[in-house]
Write a protein of this length. Structure first.
Length: 218
């Protein structure tokens, strides 16, 4: 899966000429924590955060007169406060790579840019959570089986073969590692996993369930 296939396209943007008070209104109305800043041609310039806007606006405790505050707000634009240290990805970026980048840098989202630097989309944590649910086949129903396996090649092929021989469809597969243990997760198109579980156990696979890890979160 690529970022370009899941990125958001309909989101609020501002330009350097946008008044800060208008940017604040956009943040409040759309319940956002930041706004991306673009030029007139749509090229990404940076971003402005909610904290930056709050810091730029006069506080309730100020020595300025009302007319002075009004004048200040009529002149203060995003150009004076936006940041340029924005992290970006391209639409061709693997969505797993974007997720890892956001995790490592503790980012809430990434701007997606084209070859000329134009802003074409945005991807955030909500999108990534949606992708996780989709890739694991959660919304397609069925049932989930988890197996602790050896860390060697051919495991998924073998497990899939056992299930295919039982004429049961596989909705999704996934592999995870926990403390050096390889966990293979398979979602099958069946409400009853007992027969498949018994067949896999017979072939030496170890089924795991929440109770298998109870001591970990006790």
């Amino acid at each position: 899966m690529y970022v370009g296939l899941k990125m958001l396209r309909d989101f609020v943007k501002v330009t350097p000429d946008t008044l800060v008070k208008d940017a604040q209104k956009q943040l409040e109305e759309n319940k956002l924590w930041m706004l991306l800043v673009v030029d007139e041609e749509g090229k990404l310039l940076g971003y402005v955060r909610k904290e930056d806007i709050s810091a730029a606006l006069p506080s309730h405790i100020t020595s300025l007169e009302k007319h002075e505050i009004s004048f200040l707000l009529s002149k203060l634009t995003v150009a004076q406060i936006y940041r340029t240290d924005i992290k970006t990805v391209t639409p061709e970026t693997e969505i797993e790579g974007a997720a890892d980048m956001m995790y490592e840098m503790n980012l809430a989202g990434l701007a997606v840019v084209g070859t000329e630097g134009q802003l074409i989309g945005y991807i955030n944590r909500s999108v990534l959570l949606d992708v996780l649910a989709e890739e694991m086949g959660y919304r397609e129903g069925g049932s989930r089986l988890a197996l602790e396996c050896e860390d060697r090649s051919g495991i998924l092929y073998e497990v899939a073969g056992v299930i295919a021989n039982m004429k049961i469809s596989i909705i999704s597969t996934g592999t995870f590692f926990y403390k050096g243990r390889r966990i293979v997760v398979v979602r099958i198109d069946s409400d009853d996993t007992s027969a498949v579980g018994a067949a896999l156990t017979e072939r030496g696979y170890k089924l795991v369930a929440p109770e298998s890890f109870a001591e970990e979160w006790a």
